[in-house]
Design a protein around this ligand. Structure first.
Ligand SMILES: Cc1cc2nc3c(=O)[nH]c(=O)nc-3n(C[C@H](O)[C@H](O)[C@H](O)COP(=O)(O)OP(=O)(O)OC[C@H]3O[C@@H](n4cnc5c(N)ncnc54)[C@H](O)[C@@H]3O)c2cc1C
Length: 450
């Protein structure tokens, strides 16, 4: 496949605003929402008296915060373009996982403190009080089922459990959160002392409805519209290396996708076994008006099935997503570091990023080097530096250290660095770059693991 986009040797055009502006704004907005929730408790509470009063207050606050956090959790995963492009899917997934842990903690604290507080007020033991609350208070059965589902999702999402489950199994179990949140909603409105008053009740309901509409819009409606508009199909599948295949997709009006090199799509190939699975794959060449190319390494069911795809197979593509793009760069000197199949987004950036480029490409053996011809053509056309780091880990033990990197790349500190490869390698290289004096804001990486 020939290269497609025009190489530019100018200084980067993006980065007029700090890449951290949107992430900071998003965090500030989330914190402001939590503060507003606390303010509503403050507003509705005249006094807190005795142990029962403190426990009741703690129960109400944790319940309100958990109720507030539920739509936040979903919105982080709603694939809202500004967040996907500016915060990045991997960081959103990390925030989502962290918020999920807070949520489990808040709901646990809410259950314990409310039951305990009510038990003190009623002079009962907490167990009897708990049974009474669950079975005799309105909307409590639904609230309790929602809580159990949430705890179940928390358990399957714990790292140990997740490693044992297939990604798809984990994903579908995880979807139970939607049901948990829907079940818990009426409990909040009916039982929540702070939400039974106006305008709090209307505002709270509006917040949930807005979150549901946003989710529906970006997760269902937009993919449907794009599918109809672009009509993507597999054009061809090309072997690139051991167990690695490129899939070329053709479709209509592809330029309207506004995809950028470094970004990825979630692809659903419309064949019998792959129809319901949307796996993320990066563009391995700059997007072209008449085709998109992805390059996929066989790791499991989905990625291995790629080799057997037939031309003409329909494809649903959600995206483009990702913040591993040109506009992150702030310096005219750019270092790209790729390892293994992590070369895919880096290959697309190598073709298009402005500035003076150096690409370090780490592979286990010569056979594993992907796109050799293409990379060499781009390097020649652009006057870019291309360095292969081939061989065992032991052989390259010192190459990707602070000193090794400084030896390979003079003036390393002044570079922006784009990095993609296996997770442990990324962590080690980021640590080495930081030690070598590269500012964190100059290091941009794409993780292939959410
Ligand atoms: C942003 C991004 C871009 C990627 N780009 C490429 C690429 O260009 N080329 C390429 O070969 N691979 C890429 N990957 C990795 C690729 O998505 C997984 O290797 C692939 O989904 C494996 O699926 P499987 O069913 O074949 O294997 P499985 O046996 O299901 O999984 C193998 C590994 O992939 C992980 N995985 C599976 N499905 C997903 C998913 N939907 N999201 C996140 N992780 C998953 C599993 O946790 C496991 O570690 C990318 C991943 C991400 C997150």
């Amino acid at each position: 496949m020939s290269t497609t986009a025009l190489p530019r040797d100018t200084a980067p055009t993006g980065a007029r605003t700090s890449p951290e502006t949107v992430p900071r704004l998003a965090l500030a907005l989330m914190a402001a929402g939590a503060a507003a929730v606390l303010a509503s408790w403050w507003h509705a509470t005249t006094s807190v008296v005795g142990a029962a009063g403190w426990l009741d207050g703690a129960g109400r606050i944790t319940g309100l915060l958990a109720g507030y956090l539920a739509p936040v959790l979903l919105l982080l995963m709603a694939r809202i373009p500004v967040l996907e492009h500016r915060v990045g899917s991997d960081r959103l997934a990390r925030w989502h996982a962290l918020a999920g842990r807070y949520m489990v903690f808040l709901v646990s604290a809410h259950v314990v403190t409310i039951i305990w507080g009510y038990a003190l007020t009623d002079g009962k033991n907490p167990f009897a009080e708990g049974v009474d609350i669950v079975f005799h208070y309105p909307e409590m059965i639904k609230g309790s089922l929602g809580t159990l589902l949430l705890f179940g999702t928390g358990i399957v999402s714990a790292r140990v459990a997740r490693r044992k489950l297939r990604y798809e199994t984990w994903y579908y179990l995880h979807l139970a959160t939607y049901l948990a949140i829907a079940l818990a909603f009426s409990h909040q409105i009916v039982n929540g002392a702070d939400l039974s008053v106006q305008p709090e009740q209307t505002l709270w309901s509006a917040y949930y409805v807005l979150a549901a509409l946003t989710l529906g819009w970006f997760r269902l409606w937009m993919p449907y519209v794009r599918d109809r508009r672009h009509k993507l199909r597999v054009h061809s599948v090309v072997a690139e290396g051991p167990g690695v295949y490129s899939v070329i997709l053709k479709g209509e009006r592809l330029e309207d996708l506004n995809a950028r090199p470094g970004q990825f799509f979630r692809l659903q190939f419309q064949t019998r076994n792959l129809r319901w699975v949307a796996n993320p794959y990066s563009l391995s060449a700059a997007p072209h008006p008449s085709y998109l190319r992805f390059t996929i390494k066989s790791l499991g069911d989905h990625s291995s099935a790629v080799a057997r795809l037939r031309p003409g197979t329909k494809v649903r593509a959600e995206g483009p997503y990702g913040a591993f793009t040109e506009d992150k760069a702030r310096s005219p000197q750019v270092l790209l570091i790729a390892a293994g199949v992590g070369i895919t987004p880096v290959r697309a950036l190598f073709e298009t990023l402005p500035g003076r480029l150096t690409l370090l490409y780490r592979a286990g053996s010569d056979r594993e080097i992907l796109f050799r011809r293409e990379l060499e053509d781009i390097a020649r056309d652009r006057g870019a530096r291309l360095v292969y780091l081939v061989g065992s880990r032991r052989r390259h033990g010192k190459t990707l250290t602070p000193r090794g990197l400084m030896n390979l790349v003079p003036d390393l500190k002044a570079h922006d660095v784009y990095l993609c490869g296996p997770e442990p390698m990324q962590q080690a290289v980021i640590a080495a770059l930081r030690e070598a004096g590269v500012p964190a804001s100059h290091i941009h990486h794409e993780s292939f693991e959410f």
